[in-house]
Design a protein around this ligand. Structure first.
Ligand code: NAD
Length: 309
């Protein structure tokens, strides 16, 4: 679990639910300031590992996944990436004024970190026979939301990274989804200027006319999981249909070839084997499919004498 800061964190709601369902969880925290909070929360779900991780550091990521591997016998089923950061001064005013350094910092922490963590998790999930990675996104990556600014650009990068990671990792039975939450009052959310206005607009316009909480985000994850399962099942059904059609076609041509062998053997006084050789010879010479030649012979459009040579 990356991204628990306190009990309001979306990652904590997810952690609690996973722990209730029997998962064993490891937690990371960024900075000494929140270490105490995270340790206390982690203890309440009997976590075997709580360790520091600043996602801007490749060394720290490598160390954390090494510790995870040691703790969980080289395997990992789920990775929750619930991490984002942009300087408070870039979450107000104009996006146009974002300086280069802070632009890259927001993208590094909020988007690239997913790529780095997914890469580190890959061998552990592969060892577990597959896994699931979940990250948190927001509508501000698709549309310009006042004050969301550079974080919107980071979320667009995150969303696109999810698609490319899904393509790579899906082959190893590793799923990756981004859940797009509405405004939830957390530490990170408090830095966004006008967050209270966002909340009240959400309450006014959302179908349920109420603010969402971290637990609702879980429902989103459950829906994403159901969606993925549905897609996988659909793919399995489609593959089965294609296979069935191929088998049916192969069987049909086999039957028609057997019939044609019989017809030719009887009309030209040949053994079944000689009849087959003659059919195949004709198909090759005329650059036709064997099944098509057989069909023409059986339906009478091709005579046995035409096959004599
Ligand atoms: P939060 O403040 O509880 O969580 C953000 C976490 O990111 C914190 O735990 C913080 O320690 C961590 N973090 C920041 N910089 C880091 C770094 N360099 N290395 C490691 N960790 C770092 O707030 P939250 O709202 O629970 O945020 C979680 C995710 O949900 C974020 O990606 C956020 O953008 C997303 N989200 C939040 C809302 C909302 O309204 N709260 C809406 C949509 C999406």
């Amino acid at each position: 679990m990356l991204g628990v800061a306190n009990r309001r964190s979306i990652a904590w709601a997810i952690a609690k639910r996973l722990a209730d369902d029997g998962a064993q969880l490891a937690f990371t925290y960024q900075g000494d300031r929140i270490e105490g909070n995270v340790r206390e929360l982690a203890d309440s779900v009997s976590s075997p590992l709580v360790t520091a991780c600043d996602v801007r550091s490749d060394e720290e990521i490598a160390r954390v996944f090494g510790e995870v591997s040691e703790t969980f016998g080289g395997q990992l089923d789920v990775l929750v990436h619930s991490v984002a950061f942009a300087a408070a001064e870039d979450l107000e005013g104009r996006f146009t004024d974002t300086p280069r350094e802070r632009f890259w910092m927001a993208l590094d922490v909020s988007a690239y970190s997913l790529v780095a963590c997914a890469r580190a998790a890959e061998p552990l999930m592969e060892a577990a026979g597959g896994g699931s990675i979940v990250t948190m996104t927001y509508l501000g990556g698709e549309r310009a939301v006042p004050h969301y600014n550079v974080m919107g650009v980071a979320k667009a990068t995150l969303d696109s990274s999810v698609r490319y990671l899904a393509w790579d990792l899906g082959q190893k039975n590793i799923r990756i989804n981004a859940v797009s939450a509405g405004p939830v009052r957390t530490l990170a959310a408090r830095s966004i200027a006008g967050f209270t206005t966002m909340e009240s607009i959400f309450e006014e316009r959302a179908p349920l006319h109420r603010p969402i909480d971290a637990a609702d985000v879980l429902t989103g994850q459950a829906m994403a999981d159901v969606g993925t399962i549905a897609i996988l099942q659909h793919r399995a059904v489609t593959e089965a249909q294609v296979l069935n059609e191929q088998l049916a076609r192969a069987l049909n041509s086999r039957v028609i070839i057997e019939q044609a062998k019989g017809v030719l053997a009887e009309r030209a006084g040949l053994t079944m084997e000689e009849a087959f050789t003659r059919l195949r010879h004709h198909a090759r010479n005329q650059n036709l499919l064997l099944a098509d030649v057989a069909g023409s012979l059986v339906d009478g459009t091709l005579s046995a004498t035409a096959l004599a040579t």
